[in-house]
Design a protein around this ligand. Structure first.
Ligand SMILES: *Cc1c(COP(=O)(O)O)cnc(C)c1O
Length: 392
């Protein structure tokens, strides 16, 4: 048969995580007692008042196209939110609502990267970033981090990676998969390098609400006009409001970039789901008290997992400052993460995500967006598995 598939599609790496995930799901379906640490979404329900707003919108007939970049109400609610919570002033026409934060990230890359351009991505990275860059015909350039730097890059590393072809720096703080969080001073230093070198920053702040130990999330674009001019801020409803299935995310950008993305979206997806947008208005403008209870739960699970992981011989784990993941280093156990994950699933029925998916051959990712009972049982099994393999 003739090969109809485009080079750009062939260049993509199929999600490595799917292999383990598919096996875990099949085992569960077969009635096996699987402990899952793979969850990339909150285990809480969407707050009721948000659901009610979407239902009410449906009932009053909000079932048609909206403007392709989102309803005026939602774009204004987002602009208000960014001013109120993030200290950034955007006009509603600089805000684009898309079908998830992932779609927002894709739009930014697609609207700014030319073929041959380079995009800098610190590793361990969210696995979609390099693939988005490749889809735009550009080249992902990976900057490695270590446990010792808490998975954060330095301004020197950033500077050294920049070439005349560098167009974009993809920054994700708090981070999936590492849970790392840059301080204000660290962000400012990275931003200064980008200002000096004329590099655009895609600042993926989707986990902004999930920070621990009294830490504060800062938005790069809030640091002043020079920073604002080189930053596209991406956030979304998925993580902070447990709305992953609603498919709603947004970005705010300098006007020319927002305009370019508006055009792209108008010819690809058109608007995100109309009544879901009504739910998002309620989410952003309504009470935020669900967060306190969620953060208390995440904090307890994270502390427990952190302590248990570090007590396992041969395993070490940097504590996370944000998001809902820990990334223990398993390199002393003599197994590559993919092999570790396969054996762990086969032997102990525990599903984790191997580091290769995120650009590291030393770590696995564990999500604590699951019940304490699952976490306790899973860690007993992980401990048993690792003890059998540790050779001192
Ligand atoms: C979950 C996530 C997103 C966006 O998720 P959506 O469901 O598409 O809103 C974006 N970036 C990172 C790093 C994420 O983990």
């Amino acid at each position: 048969m003739k090969d109809f598939v485009a080079e750009r599609a062939k260049a993509l790496t199929p999600s490595l995580t799917l292999a383990v995930d598919a096996k875990a799901k099949a085992m569960k379906a077969a009635g096996e007692d699987v402990c899952g640490f793979g969850a990339g979404e909150p285990d809480f329900d969407t707050p009721q008042h948000i659901k009610d707003a979407a239902v009410a919108a449906l009932a009053r007939g909000m079932t048609k196209y909206t403007p392709s970049s989102g309803t005026p109400e939602l774009r204004q609610a987002i602009a208000d939110k960014l001013a109120r919570e993030n200290g950034i002033q955007y006009k509603a026409n600089q805000v684009i609502v898309s079908c998830g934060g992932k779609h927002s990230c894709f739009n930014v890359v697609f609207a700014t990267c030319n073929p041959g351009d380079e995009a800098l991505i610190p590793a361990p990275y969210w696995l979609s970033y390099p693939e988005m860059v490749k889809m735009a015909g550009a080249r992902p350039v990976i900057i490695q981090t270590t446990d010792a730097s808490e998975f954060k890059i330095t301004p020197e590393q950033l500077r050294a990676a920049i070439t005349p072809r560098t167009k974009l720096f993809i920054l994700n703080s708090p981070s999936n998969p590492t849970g790392s969080l840059y301080t204000r001073a660290e962000l400012e230093a990275l931003g200064r390098v980008c200002i000096e070198k004329g590099v655009l920053v895609l600042s993926d702040e989707i986990y902004e609400k999930l920070v621990y130990d009294g830490a504060t999330h800062h938005s790069l674009a809030s640091f002043g006009k020079e920073f604002y001019d080189i930053t596209v801020t991406v956030i979304g409803l998925s993580k902070g409001y447990s709305m992953t299935g609603w498919r709603l995310g947004y970005l705010a950008a300098p006007e020319p970039i927002a305009k370019a993305i508006d055009a792209i979206q108008s010819h690809s997806t058109s608007n995100p789901t109309s009544f879901a947008q009504a739910g998002a208005v309620a989410a952003l403008n309504g009470p935020q008290d669900h967060l306190k209870a969620w953060l208390t739960k995440y904090t307890g699970r994270r502390a427990y997992m952190f302590q248990r992981l570090n007590a396992i011989p041969g395993v070490s784990c940097v504590n996370a400052k944000g998001a809902f993941y820990l990334m223990p280093n398993i390199s002393k156990l003599g197994l590559a993460p993919m092999e570790f994950s396969k054996q762990l699933l086969g032997e102990e029925k525990v599903a984790v995500v191997p580091g290769e998916a995120f650009g590291t051959d030393k770590h696995i990712r564990l999500s604590y967006a699951s019940s304490m009972a699952n976490i306790e049982k899973g860690l007993d099994r992980i401990e048993r598995f690792c003890k059998k393999r540790f050779r001192g």
